[in-house]
Design a protein around this ligand. Sequence first.
Ligand code: FMN
Length: 291
Amino acid sequence: YPGPIEVGGVRLRNHLLLAAGVLGTTGASLARILANGAGGVVTKSIGPSPKEGHPGPCLVVVDGGIINAMGLPNPSAAFKGELASLAGEPVIVSIFGGTPEEFRTVAGWFAGTASGLELNLSCPHAEGYGAAIGSDPALVEECTRAVASLGVPTWVKLTPNVADIAEIGAAAERGGADAIVAVNTVKAMRISTALRRPVLGNRFGGLSGKAIFPVAVRCVYDLYEACSIPIVGCGGVSTADNVVEMMMAGASAVEIGSAVIDEIGIFAAIADDLYSSDGVDAGEIVGCAHA
Ligand code: FMN
């Protein structure tokens, strides 16, 4: 492995991070992902008050991926206890709120312990949160500023479900973001023809996995053109070649979610490929597709 790298103010062990929401609800599962070769981990998103999430079914497997509508279930401030055993580890806490003030409150709980904070401005299935905020450049700028002004490395995670993601990325940069993460899930739904009703309890959800990889590459490409802070690619990554492609589009690091559900050893497997003797020189390839 190339040794520690720094992306958006956060020191990582390598270029591969666990994405928010997958195996990120306990300190033990986060530690296990780090032990399995991840360069850093992002926690499940934590909000201003405890939340149960949507009624089930919350997840459906589809061709090329999964659609989830978890609805941001989380224990709120009680999550602090899960981080106690992870002091000094590359742990980024994902946070959400309905207003800039709520973002700041939640950020304050973790500012002293986390390596960085990732603002979830992008969940497509949580009313009043997530993409509802992340589609509005002025709100994105305000929420980002409310957190970044605490002085902790601030990553902002964007939704692909907007007309112009570059405009949203530029707003996050103006608000003081240290990095942009792209992307969260793509709006989606399935209907059971047998039952004649939507499959998910919440009707709608977000698609992740291999099917969204090209969507994510395009978003990273557009953001790299528009922004001068690092971009972290996320969406459908499952191989070392996917990581290289994301980097060529402009990603300085990559997050992996759905592929971890199938294979917890995926970080070590990708890292072995990526950093083999004829492997990647990130400094050389990041953004090279823009030439
Ligand atoms: N993203 C967040 O920002 N916060 C979450 O709490 C969150 N929960 C998720 C739960 C599940 C079951 C899945 C599949 C995804 C979740 N995501 C969440 C989105 C992922 O972090 C990621 O952006 C998305 O799945 C695309 O990456 P992937 O194709 O590698 O999974």
